[in-house]
Write a protein that binds this ligand. Sequence first.
Ligand code: CA
Length: 225
Amino acid sequence: MRVLLVEDDEPVAESLRRGLLRYGFEVEWVTTGQAALSVSVPPDLVLLDLGLPDTDGLDVCRALRARGDVPIIVISARSDETDRVVGLEVGADDYVSKPFGVREVIARIRAVMRRVQPKQQALQGPDRYGPLLTLDRKAARVRLAGAEVALSPKEYDLLAFLTEEPGALMSREQIMEAVWDANWFGPTKTLDVHVAALRRKLAGAVLIEAVRGVGFRLVVQEQPE
Ligand code: CA
């Protein structure tokens, strides 16, 4: 996933850029509103600082929104409630105040993408993973060879998260933050229990590979066994 980072403060931008790369995002970094509006490759999401040297970030937000529905997360040094409200009014999807941690930003990105993707996919019908598995993100329904699979809400959330990027290695921390709680800190036994349930219920359609000491990777089985 490609993130456009619009931030003129170099230390802030650099640590955010490194953090995003570590989590597997592609990052294009620009320092002005002008540059943000003239990138050649459209991003999947924009992280937009409001205090820019050339233009008001809110104007950039408005202009981006007028062009299309790219998800926008506004970042601001001011913890002012007005900024937050105005940001959301001019079309931002979410808001983070400085100072923030990279993990907080990642959690916001995941949350925004989860909210946005069902809208984009509504017209396309369910997502297909190999010959057997379909996931209807709008209706939160999973089918295996046409038959609906009964999943608990957290099992569904975990599957929805792991299928966002099949083949990508997700750390236990990333999964816990995205599926359980953005402020999660502690043991991850519950994750193993849910992974085991998904493996059992989706046997033959997907593999959920454990990577020791790191996390999990969902692999679609193109040739069912
Ligand atoms: Ca700034």
